[in-house]
Each structure stands twice: as C-alpha cells, then as structure tokens.
Design a protein around this ligand. Sequence first.
Ligand code: ZN
Ligand code: ZN
Length: 142
Amino acid sequence: MTVRVIKHAGNPAMESVEDPSMTVYADAPPRWVTLPPNLGGERRAVQESWVGPCPCGRVHQVQHLSLGDDVHVAECAIVGGFAWYRPQQCTSCDRVLKMGHVVWLELSFKTNEYHRDGEVPEDESQGLFPFGVRCARKAVRR
Ligand SMILES: [Zn+2]
Ligand SMILES: [Zn+2]
C-alpha cells in the first residue's frame, strides 16, 4: 500500500494526505517525492538515499535523496527546510557526484592542467571545476 504524506523538514511525524488527522512515522526513505512547484511539481522516484554533509553550510550530516541526475534534496533540521540542489557532475567522466564527494580543482590556462585549489596563480586561473575523488587524483598526478 502506498501512503501519501506531507513531510516537514526535521520532524519525523508526517501528515497523511488522505486523512490529515492521521500521523505517519517512517524510518525508511520514501520511494516517491513530489517536487516543489518552482521545480516543476512533478512526482519523482527516489533513485538513491545516503547521509552526507548538508548544503546549508553548517557542518552537520543529513539525509539526502537523489531524484535523478538533475535534482537532489537534503533535509535540514537546522534551517528547518529542504535544500533542493543541482548535483555536480565530474568534469572528467560526467558521473553525478554526491554532496561531500566533490573535489574542486583549479585549471591553469597557461599549462592547461588541473591543480589543487589555490596552487594556480590568480592571473593564470580558469576557475574551479568539480571532480570525483578518484578522477581528481588522476587529474593532478600528471
Ligand atoms: Zn543543514
Ligand atoms: Zn570522474
């Protein structure tokens, strides 16, 4: 049976959509999530869930859901909201990177090589690019 609920960030109790007087508790991640109207409002299947650093900027671990390659969501109890964020793709292999598994490398247009953040003189920098941990290691080894 599928139970549709309204989830408030940071609150384990959820209201049933069909019967608002009913409170639902779930310890497993949901299988479907409805996007907010400004993101299209469509229903998305949950692809993956994990616990990782929160995008709110304060250092704490939160639950993340992947709703596809273009939108991930994290539930932040500190801000009391859901953080809808666009996942980064690895510059080298195009793999979608999980929050907290992104390594930013700086590209020098002088050498056309990637370096660790801060190792490129400012007037030679093309900016920072996201990499997966393994690809980043490969990219800077040269
Ligand atoms: Zn947070
Ligand atoms: Zn990669």
